[in-house]
Design a protein around this ligand. Structure first.
Ligand SMILES: [Zn+2]
Ligand SMILES: [Zn+2]
Length: 381
């Protein structure tokens, strides 16, 4: 780094005591690297600088000679002794990681993903299914069909035609790894790469399995019954662990993610856990009061429309909406009243309306509402 600021104490950077052993230094650096890895820490704009600082501290403290110089003479002593950290030659922080930890997906750094022998976890699989709103309102199950890589049935995953031997790989002498030495600004870095013949297995089939051509795995369509929790919303995913692609060389399977699409229901609009619907009520009945039948996700219910209900007034059926996914109270069904003013009146009806209109007084028609209140109701506010 070319910045003029005073470099921090290397022990502070790694968070270790001055008498830390080799193992402790390594462990501290790996822990920091894990935290600062760009795949993990994309939100910290300083992650790259922090990693370079940690890499420099590690580079010095992991080298007994440099460490002794630093312990005695500090940063100045190192610089005058000819040491200069040089991380700028790396194109990206990923390259820098690779220089320290080798390629192959940082499995070494994160542990587990690439164990000895090349065991790798299978990838995740995405599938989707559609349910209707009534299903979403209840805990239900749905059958999902998906394709995933599975262990080959013919060779049971070992890649050899049944009855034929599996032999020690000649290329890597059974270690599963080939060592490649590359030059980096830190000097020579020895990297272990999986053997390209046995792919890290250390063993190869003399006669590869006919079905999977020695890969030990094949693509298969599977069906699974998925439990769908009540209250699920369109676009949410359900994760089923271990039902993704099969792992390689004994690695665990990936996960299956099922995207749930909730079909639109022409009777309802969903608003969070609430459902909204609209009903037509003839103007005379809105004035008189009436009982109407309203559809809910649980079937029809009777709803009282009080006398004098105005256009766009909302009546609430508590607890008739969608159940909350995380166990809170069930939503409501909000029923918007659409008052229908009669049209195409016949002679008799016209007469009745005329009589009615003549009989109206201020007391029948006053609303006690300002323009804003009226508009708010109209626009559903
Ligand atoms: Zn096979
Ligand atoms: Zn090999």
């Amino acid at each position: 780094m070319t910045s003029a600021r005073t470099p921090r104490d290397y022990y502070d950077v790694l968070g270790i005591p001055r008498n830390a052993g080799e193992g402790e230094i390594k462990k501290a650096f790996r822990r920091l690297a894990r935290e600062l890895h760009p795949d993990v820490n994309s939100h910290d704009p300083q992650a790259e600088d922090k990693f370079k600082e940690a890499a420099e501290a590690y580079e010095v403290l992991s080298d007994p000679e440099r460490r002794a110089t630093y312990d005695r003479y500090g940063h100045e002593g190192l610089r005058s002794g000819g040491y200069a950290p040089n991380f700028e030659t790396f194109g990206s922080v990923s390259d820098l990681f690779e220089a320290f930890f080798g390629g192959g997906g940082f499995g070494d750094l994160f542990g587990g993903a690439a164990r000895a022998g090349g065991a790798t976890q299978g990838g995740d699989v995405a599938a989707s299914t559609e349910i209707d709103l009534a299903q979403a309102a209840h805990a239900s199950t749905v059958d999902v069909s998906y394709e995933a890589i599975v262990r080959c049935q013919n060779c049971r995953g070992n890649g050899a035609e049944p009855g034929t031997p599996i032999e020690t790989c000649a290329r890597c002498q059974g270690t599963g790894q080939l060592r490649a030495v590359s030059r980096t600004p830190f000097g020579q870095v020895v990297r272990a790469a999986p053997c390209d013949v046995c792919h890290g297995d250390g063993r190869v089939a003399r006669e590869p399995c006919r079905v999977c051509r020695g890969r030990g795995r094949s693509v298969q369509r599977s069906n699974i019954t998925v439990d769908v929790p009540a209250g699920i919303a369109n676009g949410q995913r359900i994760r089923i662990s271990g039902r993704g692609h099969a792992g390689e060389r004994g690695g665990p399977s990936g996960d299956l993610y099922v995207l749930i699409r909730v079909r639109e229901d022409s009777r309802f609009v969903r608003d969070g856990d609430d459902l909204v619907t609209a009903i037509d009520v003839p103007a005379p009945l809105a004035a008189l009061g009436t009982t109407v039948t309203v559809a809910t996700v649980e079937g029809s219910v009777e709803l009282e429309v009080p006398a004098g209900t105005q256009p766009h007034e909302t009546l609430v059926l508590h607890g008739r909406g969608m159940p909350a996914l995380r166990g809170r109270r069930t939503g409501d069904l909000r029923v918007v009243v659409n008052v229908v003013v009669p049209r195409h009146l016949n002679h008799k009806q016209r007469e009745l309306f005329e009589q009615l209109a003549d009989s109206m007084t201020h007391h029948n028609l006053r609303t006690d509402e300002g323009v804003f209140a009226k508009l708010r109701r109209h626009f559903g506010g």
